[in-house]
Design a protein around this ligand. Structure first.
Ligand code: 8X3
Length: 273
């Protein structure tokens, strides 16, 4: 068990319901840390890894949300954490007894302006959370991941990390950064007992992604998914993450690009109506 409950004042532990038996056994005795676990893909991944038998450590800035989710899951803990705060990340890492899997999910898009008019502060914030957040968590947990003899780092990039699109701006730039971070890390860790997996989702309809990007403009956010019969759900993406993580240790799924059938590229989407 992690020692999250005994760490600093920012720490909370909730819902270690040891009387509930997880459905799966792939993760038995293993600990998975998930960033951005308060909603969307992060929360869905926490549910699926918990179902696979992992003890999950949910991290996010919104303590109330991760505490609530942790209380619903078997063997789950919540730890309030901002991945852009290096000192806080280091304190978190020091509170763990072990870490087998790190899911770098925290991220997001702020704004959809063209490059000519994008706000540099938005660009900075996106670089901070989508790239430096991954760097902080990975650097801090790499010793623990290596020590297990079978560690896995997952980087949630995006199709925005593989192709540019108008209005993608700082998000496209930051996700390209996350993509090459994963690629570089995989090269550098070759020979070490740590896999590096990148999952790059396309159009995923979550409660927050587009609304955050459009600064709370719900109508604009809804337009993103307008006429698309079945955008991906957070569960669809979590399913691919859980699959990649639960492959045998010697199998490294380098990169999964996951889109809905109706989306052939970032700019080619089939819409009806
Ligand atoms: C989200 C995919 O197309 O909005 O990461 O950039 S997209």
């Amino acid at each position: 068990m992690t020692s999250a409950s005994t760490a600093d004042a920012g720490t909370t532990e909730a819902g270690t319901a040891d009387d509930r038996t997880p459905e799966g056994s792939a993760g038995a005795g293993r600990i998975a840390v998930i960033t951005g676990a308060s909603s969307g893909i992060g929360a869905a991944t926490a549910r699926q890894l918990a179902a696979a038998g992992y003890r999950v450590v949910l991290t996010a800035r919104r303590k109330d949300r991760i505490e609530k989710l942790a209380a619903e899951l078997p063997h789950a803990e919540a730890y309030a954490l901002d991945v852009t705060d290096r000192a806080a990340v280091d304190a978190f890492a020091a509170s763990l007894d072990r870490c087998d899997v790190l899911i770098n999910n925290a991220g997001g898009a702020f704004g959809a302006e063209p490059v000519a008019t994008g706000d540099p502060e938005d660009w900075r914030a996106m670089y901070d959370v989508n790239v430096l957040g991954v760097l902080h968590m990975t650097q801090a947990l790499l010793p623990a991941l290596t020590a297990t003899g079978d560690g896995t780092v997952v980087v949630l990039s995006s199709t925005a990390g593989h192709a540019a699109y108008e209005g993608g701006g700082g998000y496209v730039a930051a996700k390209h950064g996350a993509h090459v971070l994963a690629e570089t890390l995989r090269l550098e860790l070759c020979g070490e007992p740590v896999r590096v997996v990148e999952v790059a989702p396309g159009m995923v309809k979550t409660e927050e992604f587009a609304t955050t990007r459009f600064r709370g403009d719900v109508a604009k956010a809804a337009k993103v998914y307008e006429g698309v019969a079945e955008p991906l759900s957070a569960d669809d993406v979590a399913d691919t993450i859980a699959w990649a993580v639960t492959r045998p240790s010697h199998v490294n799924i380098d990169l999964l690009i996951v889109r809905p059938r109706a989306q052939a590229s970032n700019s080619k989407v089939h819409r009806t109506g």
